[in-house]
Design a protein. Structure first.
Length: 169
């Protein structure tokens, strides 16, 4: 149980706020007027989706507007357009397949090792032996591969759904 509690805490701390913002939990935090969009890259120079910069205006009265980045935008938005966003860790988020796939994958990659460790401890405690540890290396590998595949599939399906809805708007 301690292992799964640590996994839950890490998920809540690291990808949790971003995943909740991308999924749209809670009310919209504000609107963002897009200034420009660009193809983002990670530290190694690989493509990391489309980011947009612009001015964020909070929904709550009395808070000042500020410049923010829309992380992994669903589509390259036209300059001057407005997008409803949710904020997490200083970055704006909207529902996009790339963002959802990324944060589901990160969540699964964190959960996998702790799940395998928890199952291994349970089996060892049940049989009062340490002989089961090798079996759960396979559980760890399967959990990590499943996280990657699930993130990829969810990202593709959501991207297709967003494209279809944009087509009919």
């Amino acid at each position: 149980m301690v292992s799964l509690a640590v996994a839950g805490w890490l998920i809540w701390l690291l990808p949790g706020p971003h995943l909740a913002a991308v999924l749209g939990f809670g009310p919209v935090d504000g609107v963002m007027r897009i200034a420009s969009c660009y193809e983002a890259t990670d530290e190694q120079g690989y493509s990391d989706g489309t980011n947009c910069t612009g001015t964020y205006t909070p929904r709550a009265a009395g808070e000042p507007s500020r410049q923010v980045t829309l992380d992994k935008a669903a589509t390259p938005h036209k300059p001057g357009s407005t997008v409803e966003v949710r904020m997490a860790r200083g970055r704006a988020h909207e529902l996009s397949g790339y963002a959802l796939g990324t944060w589901i994958t990160v969540t699964g990659l964190i959960l996998g090792p702790f799940l395998a460790l928890s199952l291994s401890f349970r089996a060892c405690a049940r049989d009062r032996t340490w002989s089961h540890n090798g079996d759960y290396v396979l559980v760890f590998i399967v959990a990590e591969v499943a996280a990657l595949v699930l993130g990829l599939l969810v990202g593709i399906v959501v991207s297709i759904a967003i494209a279809l809805f944009d087509l009919f708007d």
